[in-house]
Design a protein. Structure first.
Length: 427
C-alpha cells in the first residue's frame, strides 16, 4: 500500500506550498513535486519540508512528522534533524486516496509550527464504503408523505432589503422534526409569474442566524437562506453563542443510534419544506431549482438534490456528512469506533440514511463541488466518495493548498455556474 524512503539525490523542480504555519518569524511549509498534487496509483509523491526564519533556512532543532492515509491511518511517523537543508519524504498509494504529510516544528520558545501537504492518487476512483440501504428510498418516501400532510403555514414578515430593487422577508414554515423552517426570502421587485429560477442556501455547522442574500435576488433569482436549526433570525452574536453552548451543544450526535431519532431527520425535513416553499412561489419558473452550501451546508446541498428531483443543480463547497460508514469519513465523524476500530453497529446502520454520499446516488442534477486536499474536517477522501456517485454533469474544484475553507474564487465561480446552468435550462 505505501512505501517511504529518504532521498539523498533529488532536485525538486516544481514546488507547491501546501500549507504554512507562521508564528513569530518562523515559517514551516510542506510542498509536493507536482503542481496539481495528483498522481497515478503506484507513482511517487515527493514532499519537501522547508523551515525558515526571517527567510533564512533554520539549521537546528528537530522536526516531527507523520505520513498517513488522509489523516486517518498512520503509515509512518518519527523525527528528523533540522540542518538547514530541505527535508524530503516520498511515498505512494496502491489504492485510490490521499497521502498526507504532517510536520511539527517546535521552536526555542516552545511554540509549535504545524504544516501539512497531501497528494491525491486517482481520486476519481475512490469508491463508497457501503451502498445505500435497500429500503433507503422507501424510508424517505414515507417521511416525505408524512410531511406532505402537514400544512406549510408560511409566515412572511417584511424586512429591510440590503440591495436595490429587492423585497426581503423573514420566513417561518411548519415542518416535521420538532422545529419550523426559519430563513430569509428575497425576490426582485419586478418579478413576474413563472419567470425566475430559485435558489436554496443552506448553512454550515454551528448555530447562527439566516443571512439575507439580497444580492443574489438582485441577479434575477428567488433566494431562500435557512439556518440549520429553525431558530429565530436577526439576534446578536451572544444569543447564538448561548444556544451553541446550551441547547444545541453536540446536536449532530443527538439520536444518532436510530434513524427515527437522529437530529438530521429534522434538518432534512426542513430542507424539504424549504424546497416546497420555493417551488410554490408564483414567480418560480418551474424549471430551475438550485441548492448551495459549504461544509454542513454542502452536505445538505447534496441531500436536497437526492431528496427532491426538482433540484436541477447543486453547489457544495467542502461538503460534510459524506461516507459516514468509512474509516476515512467527513464531519461529524458520526460513527464511534472502539479501540480495535470496530464501528458501533446501531449508529453505523442509522447513519446510512443521512449520508450525503447516499443522496448523491439519487440525483442527476448538475454539480459544482470543491475539495481541500489538506482538509481534516471534511477529508478529501470522503468528498470524492460522494462526488464520484454523482451522475449528472459535474465539475470539481481541487484546492491542494486548502484546509477547511472557502476558496477565494468560490463566490465568482458559483455565480457563473448558476448563470450558466440557468442559460442551459432555458434553451
Amino acid at each position: 500500500m505505501y512505501s517511504l524512503h529518504r532521498l539523498t539525490l533529488l532536485v525538486v523542480t516544481t514546488l507547491l506550498t501546501c500549507a504554512l504555519s507562521a508564528q513569530a518569524e518562523i515559517q514551516v511549509s510542506v510542498g509536493t513535486d507536482q503542481k496539481e498534487a495528483l498522481y497515478a496509483l503506484g507513482e511517487t509523491v515527493t514532499f519537501q519540508v522547508n523551515i525558515m526564519e526571517n527567510g533564512t533556512p533554520l539549521s537546528s532543532g528537530e522536526l516531527r512528522y507523520e505520513i498517513s492515509n488522509d489523516g486517518a491511518q498512520q503509515f509512518d511517523a518519527g523525527t528528523r534533524a533540522v540542518d538547514g537543508s530541505p527535508i524530503l519524504f516520498t511515498g505512494t498509494l496502491s489504492a485510490p486516496g490521499f497521502l498526507r504529510c504532517t510536520v511539527v516544528y517546535t521552536d526555542a520558545t516552545g511554540k509549535r509550527h504545524v504544516a501539512v501537504g497531501a497528494g491525491g492518487f486517482e481520486p476519481l476512483r475512490i469508491p463508497a464504503s457501503m451502498a445505500p440501504p435497500e429500503d433507503f428510498d422507501a424510508f424517505w418516501a414515507e417521511k416525505k408523505a408524512l410531511q406532505a400532510k402537514l400544512p406549510m403555514n408560511p409566515r412572511l414578515t417584511p424586512v429591510k432589503a440590503k440591495a436595490e430593487g429587492v423585497q426581503a422577508y423573514d420566513v417561518q414554515l411548519d415542518a416535521l422534526g420538532g422545529a419550523s423552517v426559519s430563513g430569509y426570502y428575497s425576490r426582485p421587485n419586478d418579478a413576474t409569474e413563472k419567470s425566475l429560477p430559485a435558489v436554496l442556501w443552506l448553512h454550515g455547522a454551528g448555530v447562527r442566524s439566516s443571512v439575507q442574500r439580497d444580492t443574489v435576488a438582485a441577479e434575477g433569482m428567488l433566494i431562500l437562506d435557512i439556518n440549520a436549526h429553525g431558530i429565530p433570525n436577526g439576534h446578536d452574536k451572544d444569543y447564538y453563542a448561548a444556544l451553541a453552548k446550551g441547547e444545541f451543544k453536540g446536536y449532530m450526535y443527538r439520536g444518532r443510534e436510530s434513524r427515527e431519532d437522529s437530529y438530521f431527520l429534522g434538518m432534512y425535513f426542513r430542507i424539504l419544506r424549504a424546497l416546497d416553499f420555493l417551488t410554490a412561489q408564483s414567480e418560480w419558473d418551474g424549471q430551475v431549482l438550485i441548492t448551495i452550501g459549504s461544509s454542513q451546508g454542502g452536505g445538505q446541498s447534496l441531500v436536497a438534490a437526492g431528496l427532491d428531483p426538482r433540484v436541477t443543480a447543486l453547489i457544495a463547497n467542502v461538503p460534510a456528512m459524506c461516507d459516514h460508514t468509512a474509516i476515512i469519513n467527513g464531519w461529524p465523524r458520526l460513527v464511534p469506533r472502539d479501540g480495535q476500530g470496530n464501528p458501533d453497529p446501531a449508529v453505523l446502520q442509522a447513519s446510512r440514511y443521512f449520508d450525503a454520499m447516499n443522496f448523491a446516488t439519487r440525483t442527476n442534477a448538475d454539480a459544482l463541488v470543491s475539495v481541500g486536499f489538506i482538509d481534516n474536517t471534511c477529508r478529501p477522501t470522503s468528498v470524492y466518495a460522494a462526488y464520484n456517485n454523482l451522475t449528472g454533469e459535474k465539475q470539481m474544484l481541487n484546492k491542494p493548498l486548502m484546509a477547511h475553507a472557502v476558496p477565494p474564487e468560490w463566490s465568482a465561480m458559483t455565480l457563473k455556474f448558476m448563470k450558466d446552468h440557468i442559460a442551459k435550462m432555458k434553451k
